[in-house]
Ligand binder design. Structure first.
Ligand code: FES
Length: 103
């Protein structure tokens, strides 16, 4: 089976950096990622007040307010099992009737 290449974009622009995106990227870099997953330090993803922002491509899945403690969950559920982590989805793109949560 061919594994589709993916990119994980971790915003490294002003607002997200003020909310911990530098450490978040360092923690991502310290992880062993699944085959065909590339980690990218990105510019602003346009979701500044919900940062740190992470986008997974080509899935078009947007995560918001991502903390280092969420990384393993995203790797396991999304990147390995193809199940995006519902609790971390950016409601601007993935509105499911549930208000943003405390996580
Ligand atoms: S600064 Fe990160 S989304 Fe804009």
């Amino acid at each position: 089976m061919t594994i589709q290449p993916r990119q994980v974009l971790v915003c490294q622009y002003q607002n997200c950096m003020a909310r911990g995106a530098t450490e978040l990227l360092e923690q991502w870099q310290a992880r062993s990622l699944p085959e065909n997953v590339e980690l990218v330090a990105s510019g602003c993803l346009g979701q500044c007040n919900l940062g740190p922002s992470v986008q997974v491509l080509p899935d078009q899945v947007w995560y918001c307010e991502v903390k280092p403690r969420h990384i393993d969950l995203i790797i396991e559920q999304h990147l390995q099992q193809n199940q995006p982590v519902q609790a971390l989805l950016n409601p601007r793109f993935h509105w499911n009737g549930v208000l943003p949560r405390d996580h």
